[in-house]
Design a protein around this ligand. Structure first.
Ligand SMILES: C[S@@+](CC[C@H](N)C(=O)[O-])C[C@H]1O[C@@H](n2cnc3c(N)ncnc32)[C@H](O)[C@@H]1O
Length: 431
């Protein structure tokens, strides 16, 4: 690992669950309405549409909606969802992320991906990133692969729901790119090529990616997936729903379902000890799919996100201009994340995969050698670059910043158990 770090380029500017899970997945798929970026005519995209009005009309028509429905509409409604038609990431947006804080984060994750060599460097290799934002992490990872000449039969596959962000990604990663209507044979909606001839494909759904050995990355992706919220009451579990405020029907408010909803029955574990629980069934569906793929086609996954190990309760919140905001005020104007429950991810894959973590981002980056890499970079840059590298380092590593709140989690096929016991996975153990 140290050899890899040293030779990097210089500064560049459950379910007993199984039965219940199957039922749960069916439940989700029945209600599934994955949005396709290709399905909205461009002239409609620019039409102003008030998401608040749309949600008010929907609630008037069908009654209170689940938090998952609300989140899905607010974040990814094709016409006016939060992510769909503007850039929300960075200083001028609503939140900043580790890959945007300079090259350090992407480089250290790349050294993790070089675990690929530990399992025999299988080719073709597919790098898959879910929710790539500006494409900065993918760009840093590709740069490391190029540096090591490991681009033979390498391809990049991006899962991105936002037409706007997918354009930004194409501009940042590719020398040429084109959009087209997905078909059964070609399920991607955009294709491009990097300067070093690496093909890049964009999809709406993970299940459309070709079945081959893949390394899956996700940074702040799962926290954007819709959650159902449940509250324990004297009468048993109830689902938290979103309704209109009877005193002002332009405002939204939380209510509890009168009786247990189907989601309460599917998603609350019989031995649950918490009084308030959040569950993301979409995450469960993706993890089920990943588990099958990693087991049958080979590969591994590394996720980084706000999260906990099945201990937290109410984490649903909103961010606007880098500050906390009320999730029910001005829907569509702020990001709506919820912490990832890594114990849920583990339970969805327990029969097929080995899991590592969650460990704090701080511990992970320190074990991966961030201090050494920082030192090397500081030797090569001017004062302004040094300042920016140090600021980024502290944001990512300090306990009162992203260092503790963000967690890293990794998945490998169970068949590698013995191998990974002999050659432990870097970043997740040791000092
Ligand atoms: C919080 S941003 C993180 C961006 C990037 N990974 C980073 O850390 O800078 C979430 C990303 O996931 C995408 N996204 C959100 N929901 C999605 C969904 N249901 N399917 C695919 N992409 C989604 C957003 O458009 C955005 O690119």
């Amino acid at each position: 690992m140290l050899a890899i770090l040293r030779s990097l380029p210089e500064t560049v500017p459950l379910f007993l669950y199984l039965k219940r899970q199957k039922a749960a997945i069916k439940f989700i798929n029945n209600g599934e309405h994955y949005y396709s970026t290709a399905s909205v005519p461009p002239d409609e995209i620019n039409e102003p549409m008030c998401l608040s009005r749309y949600l008010q009309t929907k609630i008037k028509a069908v009654g209170p909606i689940s938090v998952a429905d609300y989140m899905k509409e607010v974040l990814t409604n094709p016409l006016s969802g939060y992510y769909m038609h503007r850039d929300v990431i960075g200083e001028s947006g609503d939140f900043i992320t580790s890959p945007e804080l300079g090259q350090l984060f992407g480089e250290l994750l790349s050294t993790y991906i070089f675990l690929w060599q530990k399992v025999g460097s299988p080719i073709p290799l597919q790098l898959v990133e879910m929710g790539p934002g500006h494409g900065s992490l993918a760009k840093d990872v590709l740069r490391v692969f190029e540096r090591f000449g490991a681009v033979h039969e390498l391809s990049l596959h991006l899962i991105e729901v936002s037409p706007h962000l997918s354009e930004i990604q194409a501009e940042s990663l590719c020398v040429k790119s084109a959009r087209h209507t997905p078909t059964n044979m070609q399920p991607h909606y955009q294709v491009g090529t990097t300067a070093s001839n690496i093909p890049v494909f964009w999809y709406d759904r993970v299940k459309d990616i070709p079945r081959q050995f893949s390394c899956f990355l996700a940074h702040e992706f799962f926290d954007a997936l819709p959650i159902h919220k449940f509250q324990r009451t004297d009468n048993g579990w109830r689902e938290v729903l979103i309704d209109l405020d009877p005193t002002d029907p332009e405002k939204f408010r939380y209510v509890l379902s009168r009786s247990p909803t189907p989601a309460c029955k599917f998603f609350i574990k019989p031995d649950e000890v918490r009084d308030h629980v959040e569950v993301s069934p979409e995450t469960g569906v993706i993890l089920e799919h990943l588990a099958t793929r990693l087991e049958e086609d080979g590969g591994f996954a590394l996720f980084a996100d706000y999260g906990h190990d099945g201990t937290k309760t109410d984490t649903f919140r909103a961010f606007q201009n880098h500050k906390l905001h009320d999730p029910l005020v001005e829907p569509g104007s702020s990001d709506l994340p919820a912490d990832v429950d890594f114990s849920f991810l583990r339970s969805c894959t327990a029969d097929k995969l080995l899991t590592f973590g969650p460990v704090t981002q701080r511990d992970f980056l320190l074990r991966m050698g961030i201090d050494l890499r920082l030192e090397m970079l500081l030797l090569q840059c001017d004062e302004k670059q040094k300042e920016s590298l140090r600021t980024g380092y502290h944001m990512m590593v300090d306990q009162d910043k992203m260092g503790e709140r963000f967690k890293m989690f990794s998945l490998f096929p169970s068949v590698l158990k013995e191998h990974l016991t002999r050659f432990p996975v870097s970043g997740f153990s040791g000092s």
